[in-house]
Design a protein around this ligand. Structure first.
Ligand code: DAH
Length: 373
């Protein structure tokens, strides 16, 4: 046994010298790694020697094992420090040879644009948010109750046909009067959902997609609307007029924009009013929002629908109309956007043409300050 012991220990000492010089000779990271694998890898030389420990008697195994482990650690340390030296050498070399031309102009970076619809919705949130409205939501797929009946559209009433509705195939798993699903034709349905699920007072706006079977320069089958609802004790038509006048003036940025309330019919309000804003025709055929100067004709265009919420609608949502009253309003977001930013064709909003977005879109940074607070 003691005869064997000496040669193994001598081998270890010799191997150490040999490996140390191999490591020192490795002059790039790849050859250093080759050395590491040949020594410490699965089939490496030290690994192979470790495997012979099992055949030794306990005494020998102890001393040889310790010596081999110490060798392993030393070699690993040597490899580490050689690696550090090689990396430093490589970096020094790159620093000495590579140059960066910092006078070159940067490559242009393509940045995305905010879609005008998103921009307008953000502006509307800011304006109504400053007036104390919060944002409510509702589903695109509605039932007849929320889209029509609860909003005081009597069954068979021609007003239902006014809004060319997309109906969905009937769901056989559901039955009853309101099983028939449809794509909401307006965001007024969110009024109903909000009142059904919350206690008054209510002061909400809601944004979303709406759907009607229609397609031309000013109609697309999907478009966006905003709906507003304010119900409290003692809310009157005067509040409606003040709120909507302030809104259109803030949105279009014209302080003395003429605003006109014209009687109109919507089943869910009484009285109902369409809101018109004043403009004049320019010589080039364009339009200018605002009061007509002396001698020029004041023109009007419709911008939104509104009214005092019908008592039937409040009752349908479990709200006592003798205690609570208020107003609602609804408008098309594309129309507001087209007018403010001079976009002539509604259909282009949804064609996903990046050149269009490049032209009409908004920078995501450096946004115009739309906060009216
Ligand atoms: N829902 C109506 C539409 O889509 C717009 C509207 C009119 C909403 C009057 C209202 C309102 O809340 O009071 O044409």
């Amino acid at each position: 046994m003691s005869d064997d012991k000496q040669p193994v220990m001598t081998d270890i000492a010799a191997l150490k010298t040999e490996l140390a010089s191999e490591i020192e000779a490795a002059n790039d990271l790849q050859s250093l790694d080759d050395v590491r694998v040949s020594v410490l890898g699965k089939k490496g030389r030290i690994t192979a020697m470790m495997k012979t420990l099992g055949q030794m008697d306990p005494e020998e195994r102890k001393t040889t094992g310790q010596a081999l482990n110490a060798l392993k650690d030393e070699i690993a340390d040597l490899i580490k420090s050689q690696e550090r030296a090689l990396k430093k050498q490589e970096m020094d070399q790159r620093l000495a040879t590579e140059t960066q031309d910092i006078t070159l102009s940067p490559r242009p970076e393509r940045s995305g644009k905010i879609h005008p619809i998103s921009q307008t919705m953000e502006e509307l949130v800011n304006i109504f948010g400053a007036m104390g409205f919060s944002v409510a939501e509702g589903p695109d797929i509605e039932d007849d109750w929320h889209n029509f009946t609860a909003l005081n559209f009597p069954p068979g009433h021609p007003a239902r046909e006014m809004q060319d509705t997309f109906f969905l195939p009937e769901d056989p798993s559901e039955d009853g009067e309101y099983a028939k699903k449809l794509l909401r034709t307006h965001t007024s349905s969110v009024q109903i959902r909000h009142m059904e699920n919350n206690k008054p007072p209510y002061k909400i706006v809601c944004f979303g997609r709406t759907y009607r079977s229609d397609y031309d320069m000013t109609h697309t089958p999907m478009f966006h609307q905003m709906e507003g609802l304010f119900i409290d004790k003692g809310v009157t038509m005067a509040h409606l007029k003040g709120c909507l006048t302030d809104f259109v003036r803030a949105y279009f940025g014209v302080d003395d924009l003429p605003v006109r309330f014209r009687p109109s019919f919507f089943p869910f309000v009484e009285p109902g009013a369409e809101v018109d804003i004043g403009y004049t025709k320019k010589d080039d055929g364009g339009i200018k929002l605002g009061k007509a100067p002396e001698g020029q004709e004041q023109k009007w265009m419709e911008i939104l629908g509104s009214g005092m919420v019908h008592p039937n609608v409040l009752k349908n949502c479990g709200v006592d109309p003798d205690e609570y009253q208020g107003f609602a309003f609804g408008m098309g977001i594309e129309r507001l956007t087209m007018l403010k930013y001079g976009i002539p064709d509604l259909r282009t909003f949804f064609e996903c043409d990046t050149r269009w977005l490049e032209h009409y879109g908004f920078e995501s940074t450096n946004r115009p300050n739309t906060n009216t607070r």
